[in-house]
Design a binder for this molecule. Sequence first.
Ligand code: UD1
Length: 416
Amino acid sequence: MSHITIQGGTRLEGTLAVQGAKNSVLPILAASILHPGRTVLRGCPHLSDVEASIRILRHLGCRADWEGEELVIDAGDLSRWDVPDHLMREMRSSVVFLGSILARMGWAELSHPGGCELGPRPIDLHLSVLRQLGADIREEGGCLRCTGQHLEGREITLSMPSVGATENAILAACGAQGETVLLNAAREPEIADLQEFLCGMGCRVKGAGSSTICVQGRQPTRDVCHTVMPDRIVAATYLAAAAAAGGEIELTRVHHSHLSTVTAALHTAGCQIYSGAGRIVLRSEGRLRSIGTVRTAPYPGFPTDAQAVVMAALLRSQGATVFVENIFENRYRHVDELCRMGADIRVADRVAVVTGVPALYGAQVRCTDLRGGAALLVAGLAARGETQIGDIFHIQRGYQDPVGDLRKLGAEIQIS
Ligand code: UD1
């Protein structure tokens, strides 16, 4: 089993281009089957979750191959409409294939994605929007059997702005007759990227990025070449790392407006931050100030995916910061690992109180989930001595080359 080993205490300096966004590319890969032709993706990150999606695409009958740095998909010969259990289990977000398989084939059969390390992950909203479009969905023995040969567009109000349910609704609505209007849709930038991709294919989708999205159902007509948007959570991770370790880094290939709540928090903590077109510069002395209360919320609020890395940046701050996790029930599993490094964090239900300590110490720790693993990287860089991080497959689900990236910034870090 691989480990990441960090000798902490080195300031980070340098420039880094941010990888393409995992949360954007996964729904785009699902969307690629809507058109019986070619999709070329640029800036597609090399991640285990992307490889899992490629296995699903191949199972469905698509060609999907890396050609240099481009991922090329040909969905001309799509022949199946099922995603078997072992492929569903590899990646929970494969549930987004439900909408696209249904739109293209009129049937879909998936095993239930089940819970995950963040707690229960219900899909009731996904199923509700598809049913409202006319799909018949039966849940039998852990399997979802969906029929939807005559989906019909209509007005649908989401009871909460779920990212995945919004994406599934858009994908299914592309295959429906007439217009679908989604109200209280999630506003995450990754949904706007999905819209751009779909419009490139000839679908008619507008409004993504706002809470009202309109989809005019029609068969897409064009091959498409799309560049995946930059990953705002990977960017947040490296900003948090420099904030914690001290130094000055520049991130390029980044949309600073997508990161405004994270940069505002790090600025309040004492970092100097400059942003311009496609870049963010962060300068930090390493010891930060506490920042009051951080509440996670749907976009444009503070992202739940950045909670763990910003928490890790504040472990040596002066004073106490309160985190309130409003999106997922079980998103503090990294806390015990951070405490092994000397952090002072108290958790009660959805609230975590971080009281800054003078120093963190290297330790043997394990990733509990993707962003919790990233938090261990951040803490390890700021700690005295050696940190050894195990179960790094969690990190590899979302970070293309964290060790290479951090080495470029001068960190003493290796994978073995
Ligand atoms: C997506 C992101 C994930 C991020 C999350 C919140 C991808 C691949 N993943 O996940 O990284 O942390 O958005 O920004 O893009 N819910 C229900 N019923 C449903 C669906 C969701 O109750 O049918 C609840 C969830 O349990 C959770 C909340 O809604 O409490 C938000 O979930 P959602 O926005 O759907 O997150 P994901 O799309 O799963």
